[in-house]
Every structure is written in C-alpha cells, then in structure tokens.
Design a protein around this ligand. Structure first.
Ligand code: FAD
Length: 220
C-alpha cells in the first residue's frame, strides 16, 4: 500500500532521499518506513508498506486505519542516501518495498539533472508484486542513463515472463563480473543485504562503496 502522510500546515520535513521515519505507535512501539518521495514534496510524505499478515502496524493499516487518521512519527533517520560527490556508475538494488527509498533516490537524481549511469534491479516474488510500473516506464523513456531489470524469485504460472528470475543479487552478479567501478545501494530484507555483503566483494566491490538499508523487523 502507498500511504501518503500530510504534515500539519506550515510544517515541512527536511531529509535526504533514502532516509526513513519511525511511526510512533501505542505503548512506545515504533515501526520504521522509508520515505519514497523526494524532499521537494515534503509537505506530503509517501511510504510503501508491505502487508505482513498479523503485523501490528501493516495489518492495521489495511484493515482499520482510515483516511484522515492522525499518525505520529519521528525522523528523518538513517544514513542511506545518495553520495552526490561520487562520479561512479550506480547499481541500485531493491528487494520488495525496498523500492521505496530507491525511488526517492532516483527522483532526486532526475531532479538534479544528474546523468550518472544508473542500473536499477528490483527483486520481487511474482510479477504482481512489481508496482508503479508507469513510473518506471516513464524513467526508462526519459532518462537514457537509467536501465531497469526486474527479477522474479517465484515467476510461477502467473502469465508469461521472459525476464530475469532467481534472487536479485544473483542477477546483478551475473551481469557484472567486475563490480569494482560501481557504487552500490541496496534496500530491502536483511537476507538480501547479507547476501550482497557476502558475495559482492568477491567480484571486486570495495566495501566502502556499498551502502545499504536493512528492513529489519522491530523487536518484540
Ligand atoms: C530502516 C527500516 C526501513 C524500513 N522500511 C520499510 C518500508 O519502506 N516498507 C515496509 O513495508 N517495511 C519497511 N520496514 C519494515 C517495517 O519497519 C516493519 O518491520 C514491517 O512493516 C512489519 O511491521 P508490522 O508491525 O506490520 O509487523 P510486526 O507486528 O512487526 O510483525 C508481525 C510478525 O511478522 C513477522 N514479520 C515482520 N516483518 C516481516 C517480514 N517482512 N517478512 C516476514 N515476516 C515478518 C514478525 O517477526 C512477527 O512475527 C523497514 C524497517 C527498517 C528497520
């Protein structure tokens, strides 16, 4: 679900694309969500939330939280943001709703007219989990320096799929035998981040060039 938060009048949130906020829930609980839009629109914040069945916040969001509800948060938080001073080509790797901070980063590069080559890989289970197709199509048609590879881990029988399959980090490793030239940004489930940390340095990635945002579950 895309959740849009409208800040109170005369309030704005300054943040770096890629950062996240923490929703403050009852009993001192918190849930972190990445900001999916760039700060220009910071009066309206966009979040992408995956339904975790029985999940304290995500399940409630789909079942009982109504439009207009008042939510509280703290932020911005985190050090996952684009290092603008680098001139190196960029690999952006998203797992599931890890697309949210990656989208904010891409929108920022477009707004700044930055033409560093960007290759976006997005790993999801099935084709139905690829959302915002029209936004990606628009990027592909207007940004010649940006390319996109969707990767399905469970293509199943759901329509025809001629694209990449398997784990998203493996698709990147297959396409790029030598990763030494790149800056790599990864967002999504902790297992994805761990796989990248383990396998990418063996193909030449300098670990100083790896930036990641692990969507770990909140404790308790
Ligand atoms: C920095 C950061 C950024 C994040 N950004 C996003 C984001 O942009 N979008 C987003 O959807 N999530 C994001 N998350 C994850 C998010 O904070 C919550 O953990 C997630 O939404 C589940 O919260 P919940 O209250 O719905 O479920 P909970 O009540 O926390 O979990 C219910 C049960 O499901 C299990 N569980 C929780 N999450 C998962 C999962 N992903 N897969 C399988 N089992 C699970 C738990 O162990 C528990 O047993 C981020 C996390 C971090 C740390």
């Amino acid at each position: 679900m895309r959740l849009f938060l409208r800040l109170p009048e005369n309030e704005a949130l300054e943040y770096l694309p890629g950062q996240f906020l923490e929703l403050l829930l009852p009993e001192g609980k918190t849930r972190a969500y990445s900001l999916a839009s760039r700060p220009e629109r910071s009066h309206n914040l966009e979040l992408h939330i995956r339904l975790v069945p029985g999940g304290l916040f995500s399940d409630q969001l789909l079942t009982s939280i109504k439009e207009g509800a008042l939510l509280r948060f703290r932020g911005p938080l985190g050090s996952f943001f684009l290092r603008q001073l680098s001139l190196r080509p960029i690999l952006l790797i998203a797992g599931g709703t890890g697309f949210a901070p990656i989208k904010a980063i891409i929108e920022e590069t477009i707004a700044l007219g930055n033409s560093r080559p960007i290759h976006l890989y997005w790993g999801v289970r099935s084709k139905a989990n690829l959302y915002l197709n029209s936004v990606i199509k628009e990027w592909e048609s207007t940004q010649p320096h940006l390319s996109f590879t969707p990767v399905l881990s469970e293509p199943g029988s759901e329509g025809e799929w001629n694209g990449a399959t398997g784990f998203v980090h493996e698709a990147v490793l297959q396409d790029h035998a030598d990763l030494s030239a790149f800056d790599v940004y990864v967002a999504g489930p902790p297992q994805l981040i761990e796989s990248v940390k383990k396998s990418f340095p063996a193909q030449g990635l300098d670990d100083q060039r790896l930036f990641f945002d692990a969507f770990s579950y909140a404790p308790g």
